[in-house]
Design a protein. Structure first.
Ligand SMILES: Cc1cc2nc3c(=O)[nH]c(=O)nc-3n(C[C@H](O)[C@H](O)[C@H](O)COP(=O)(O)OP(=O)(O)OC[C@H]3O[C@@H](n4cnc5c(N)ncnc54)[C@H](O)[C@@H]3O)c2cc1C
Ligand code: FES
Length: 293
């Protein structure tokens, strides 16, 4: 079942807000369908009702859910009009919210350690994913990168779950001094067993994770971050070139409906020759051994 079949469109009241450092904020909304049905990697299309602009809702990953209270949380970085209006909401005010949408991450095979690689606000889906992984008795480890320590605002929830977290910053102000994928490589040199990669963050980071996975013959699921207008496969604003193992050429697919999570081998990355299928032939196509989440 495509999980967006259970999506509901509601005026969701803001229940709580927690201002973090910089432009970051955690918002909790009441929305029973999202709270009960959302899986890690799924998102909502949401817009504050306090302002007429922007016209279109914006996509945000579901960070956490509380089915008993019928609430879910978002981790938001205010970057423009839509996100600032959401960040300015007061408790009791509402947002138009449609969700849960999209395809979630799928669980790794039994015995694999899940390596969760996040850049900036890409940490959001991994809070919920850790819950799912731990519930299934699977191991998780987070690699969290940002420009500076202030970009790594969501660390405590992983410590509370007992999930190890490796920080990496471009300026060396926290954790590994350099790229988050370098921290992953370092860990892989000493890793005790089988791993599956999961990544959410900027395009360049996702592509670096895809290359790393290819070099080491690992499976990686990546959550893409294109512009989205509708979130339900109607506007075609979010299309990305995808070429699956059995396909001779790439097809433009809606990241909102068929993603945002894809097997990294299927994504035709920027600068990659779209007609080149050697990589797919080498790595054997579709992810094997994954279980539905
Ligand atoms: C599936 C999905 C999940 C997402 N989850 C989260 C999340 O959990 N937390 C979060 O903070 N954001 C998330 N985003 C990004 C978020 O949707 C954008 O930041 C938001 O749309 C910006 O809207 P705005 O009106 O505030 O900014 P706009 O006015 O639309 O843009 C303001 C500036 O931000 C830039 N910008 C807009 N979108 C992005 C983007 N996606 N990446 C980089 N720069 C951008 C624009 O180029 C422009 O310079 C997600 C995006 C997708 C596709
Ligand atoms: S966002 Fe409209 S088709 Fe995907």
């Amino acid at each position: 079942m495509i999980r967006s079949e259970v999506a509901e469109n509601l005026e969701a009241p803001l229940i709580a807000r927690e201002r973090l450092d910089g432009e970051y904020i955690v918002l909790t909304f009441r929305h029973p369908a999202v709270a009960q049905e959302a899986r890690a990697g799924q998102f909502v299309m949401i817009k504050a009702n306090t302002w007429p602009d922007p016209v279109l809702r914006r996509p945000y990953s579901v960070m956490n859910v509380d089915p008993e209270r019928a609430t879910f949380t978002l981790f938001l970085k205010a970057v423009g009009t839509g996100s600032r209006h959401l960040a300015d909401l007061r408790t009791g005010e509402t947002a138009g919210c449609l969700g849960p949408l999209g395809r979630p991450f799928t669980l790794p095979p039994e015995g694999h350690e899940a390596l969760l690689v996040a850049g900036g606000y890409g940490i959001a889906p991994f809070r919920l994913f850790c819950d799912q992984l731990l519930r299934e008795g699977l191991r998780a480890r987070v690699f969290y990168g940002g420009r500076t320590a202030g970009d790594l605002q969501v660390r405590e929830p992983f410590a509370a779950l007992g999930v190890p977290l490796h920080a990496a910053t471009d300026d060396g102000s926290a954790g590994h001094h350099g790229r988050v994928t370098e921290a992953v490589e370092e860990y892989l040199e000493t890793r005790p067993g089988a791993v599956t990669l999961f990544a959410c963050g900027p395009d360049a980071m996702l592509q670096a994770v895809a290359l790393l996975a290819e070099r080491r013959s690992l499976t990686a699921q990546v959550s893409l971050d294109p512009w989205m207008g509708c979130g339900v496969g109607t506007c075609l604003g979010c299309v990305v070139p995808i070429q699956r193992a059995h396909e001779e050429r790439p097809h433009f697919r809606c990241a909102c409906a068929e993603g945002p999570v894809f097997d990294s081998r299927d994504v035709v990355w920027k600068g990659e020759d779209a007609s080149c299928s050697w990589r797919r032939a080498q790595t054997g196509g579709e992810a094997s051994g994954s279980r539905a989440g």
